[in-house]
Design a protein around this ligand. Structure first.
Ligand code: NAP
Length: 294
């Protein structure tokens, strides 16, 4: 029988990621009682109805009493404020983790407000998600076979890292560790830029169609659908991610514009040979990646 290692879990932000973490831990029988804290009452009521949480918190201090773990799963622009609020009532034994898509900003906030207890703070980022938001989209399988990146501080205790690692492993995730700065650079390229491109393409279509995008979108095929799937993601979440990873993202946008400008030149010059070479290179990199992945 699995041992319950979490008597009380407090989730702040019971949406796609927070809700999926709750469902995965429940399925693994590792958690006894889950308290949800959120913004709209409607989402929390739905979370309770779906069995994602057991209790809706009415009072932060009461919610944090005897908590083994607090999971911060709000948009990254809210994490600093949330850390400041919980710091007033956190007990010394309580471990705190987050799932924010950017890590340096979260660590700055933790250094400001949790300085007395950084040993129990374990920043994390599941490389899993969908374009859907809110607790209705929560899914116990979301983290299965997905990467989970930990960016612990020097002060984070080994015990806290092991505890969080065990929980994420029980959700099916594969764990790696890296510096927060490296994390933010990597995900500017691998996640944040692609989202910006997808949002921009949708707006581009709208502009080209002079504000009547349906005139063009009715001709969209699978390639357009695939490319723009992530433009259905939460604008609030992506606003926050862009602003918190601004420096890395600006570099990525500049570099991408250089690639696009080079391609434009090939096209303007009718340079089919270089165009084909450019596409072949991209195709080969993708083929190799898919082969390595399988
Ligand atoms: P989500 O589905 O929109 O859930 C966020 C939840 O936070 C919502 O339920 C929202 O409440 C609540 N919330 C917002 N502001 C709050 C506040 N000030 N106090 C308390 N609750 C608040 O978003 P998500 O996709 O789960 O993302 C959560 C975090 O995970 C973000 O930091 C994001 O960067 C990170 N992340 C996302 C993905 C992804 O692909 N989605 C992947 C990895 C990491 P309402 O429902 O009432 O608005």
């Amino acid at each position: 029988m699995t041992e319950i290692i979490l008597n009380k879990l407090v989730i702040i932000g019971v949406g796609l990621i927070g809700g999926s973490f709750a469902l995965a831990l429940r399925r693994a029988s590792l958690v006894e009682h889950i308290v949800g804290i959120g913004r709209s009452r409607e989402n929390l009521l739905r979370a309770k109805e779906l069995g994602v949480i057991d209790e809706i918190a009415n009072d932060l201090q009461e919610a944090l009493k005897d908590a083994d773990l607090v999971l911060l799963a709000v948009p990254v622009g809210q994490i600093g404020k949330t850390i400041a609020q919980i710091s007033l009532y956190l007990e010394s034994k309580t471990i705190v983790t987050d799932v924010g898509s950017t890590k340096q900003d979260v660590i700055i906030a933790a250094r400001s407000f949790l300085a007395h207890n950084l040993r129990n703070f374990v920043p994390s980022h599941p490389i899993a998600g969908t374009e859907l938001s809110g607790v209705n989209a929560a899914n116990a399988n979301l983290f299965h076979h997905k990467h989970l990146i930990l960016t612990p501080l020097e002060e984070t205790s080994v015990d806290a890292i092991h505890y969080i690692t065990r929980l994420w492993k029980s959700c099916g995730a594969r764990i790696s560790q890296m510096q927060a700065s490296q994390h933010d650079e990597i995900f500017a390229t691998m996640s944040h830029l692609p989202h910006i491109l997808a949002f921009t393409l949708m707006n581009h279509v709208c502009t080209i169609a002079k504000g009547s995008p349906s005139n063009l979108l009715r001709f969209a095929g699978t390639s357009f659908l695939d490319f723009t799937r992530i433009a259905s993601s939460s604008p609030e979440m992506w606003r926050d991610i862009c602003l918190t990873n601004q420096a890395s993202l600006l570099c990525q946008i500049d570099a991408y514009q250089d690639e696009l400008a080079a391609l434009r030149k090939m096209l303007a010059n009718n340079d089919g040979v270089t165009l084909e070479k450019t596409f072949s290179n991209a195709q080969a990199v993708r083929h190799q990646w898919l082969k390595d992945k399988s």
